[in-house]
Design a protein around this ligand. Structure first.
Ligand SMILES: *Cc1c(COP(=O)(O)O)cnc(C)c1O
Length: 356
């Protein structure tokens, strides 16, 4: 994570970094992610309870709630603990206006969010200046950062909504407004300088918001390795049984796999209850004793089965890597029809974590 954080900094020299550790640090554990990201300028997440937990764990630098507070109690908590938050809607703006904070409370530092085409959260470009003025008028509001989020930062020339179009809308909606800018997620970090240049804009993301790249997952477009990232998580297990089968024998639930000749099947202690995707089809890659082989048969709750052809020495106890070092999580995810983000976040609590 330290290496990947350094990569983010190298891509955006001069920008401050929010290390994004929502969803339990993308499955790596909140506290573990906090320690891995100790060099970040701030930590950003979604869950107010976990923001408070970070303070309890001793994090003294800024914290940002990426969806802001969800109710008045959250706003009071943010003021009491110096936690920043996004403001993305009329309702949330009203919540901030209605807040009656103790005189001793620190001013709220806020990220005013613009909807530049993703149409999930944020004020439209033409409403943005008015929302900014309302926040600016509040005595309990401190710094206001101007924020947006890109829909297609992994594909600069997206046919429907290129990043350049979002940047253009952002520049128009923020014209003349003071305050730092917070624009880029991982994909944006790899694209921003390029897109700002082709646009001819002067926009610089004062704060960047890397998430997936910090954990060594690719945000899309290129492989994690091509982006110079290292996997933070390796999911590994062992063979707990080996079966010799002959032509016509089947493997696992539904007998989905049927052998057309003699072969050896390895049974791996890892299943969907560990967070391995049940939808991973036959031929999804896996490493046994460092050698690439494939899944055969259905993934079940606690086990999955692999082809030991070409692995004559594999036996009970052989090390199996499901993803991580030597087996990119993005490749496994692609095979299972999903993305590395989902696999990381779905890592199950029962998986024993060993820190390297
Ligand atoms: C999750 C999130 C990020 C990080 O996105 P990655 O694609 O994981 O880098 C950045 N900004 C916001 C608002 C987010 O919600």
């Amino acid at each position: 994570m330290q290496h990947n954080l350094a990569r983010a900094r190298a891509c955006a020299p001069g920008s401050k970094v929010w290390g994004v550790l929502k969803a339990n640090g993308y499955g790596h554990g909140l506290e573990r992610a906090m320690r891995g990201l100790v060099e970040a300028d701030g930590l950003a997440l979604i869950e107010p309870d976990n923001a408070l937990r970070l303070r309890e764990l001793g994090w003294t630098k800024p914290i940002l709630l990426l969806e802001g507070g969800f109710d008045a109690a959250d706003v009071a908590m943010m003021a009491a603990h110096g936690i920043n938050g996004a403001v993305h809607s009329e309702e949330q703006l009203a919540l901030i206006e209605a807040a009656r904070l103790p005189a001793s409370a620190q001013p709220l530092n806020l990220h005013l969010k613009m909807n530049t085409g993703m149409n999930r959260l944020g004020f439209k470009p033409e409403q943005f200046a008015a929302a900014h003025a309302r926040l600016r008028a509040l005595p309990h509001v401190g710094e206001i950062t101007l924020m947006t989020h890109f829909a297609n930062a992994d594909e600069t020339a997206h046919a429907r909504l290129p990043i350049g179009e979002q940047l253009r809308r952002f520049a128009a909606g923020t014209a003349g407004l003071p305050g730092p800018l917070s624009l880029a997620n991982s994909a944006g970090i790899f694209q921003m300088p390029e897109s700002a240049r082709t646009l001819g804009t002067e926009l610089v993301s004062d704060w960047i918001r890397p998430g997936i790249m910090l954990y060594g997952g690719s945000p899309g477009g290129k492989s994690a390795e091509q982006f110079g990232l290292l996997p933070a998580m390796t999911l590994s297990s062992e063979l707990i049984a080996v079966q010799d089968i002959v032509a016509g024998d089947c493997v696992g639930y539904g007998s989905r796999f049927q052998a057309d000749g003699p072969m050896r099947i390895g049974v791996v202690a890892c299943g969907y209850a560990d967070g391995y995707p049940r939808h991973a089809p036959q031929d999804t890659p896996v490493l046994v004793d460092g050698v690439r082989t494939r899944i055969v048969g259905r993934v079940s709750m606690d086990m999955l089965t692999v082809d030991l052809d070409g692995l004559p020495d594999a036996r009970v106890g052989s090390r199996v890597v499901l993803w991580g070092e030597g087996m990119p999580i993005d490749e496994v995810a692609a095979s299972a029809g999903t993305i590395g983000y989902e696999l990381m976040c779905a890592l199950a609590p029962r998986v024993r974590v060993v820190e390297g």
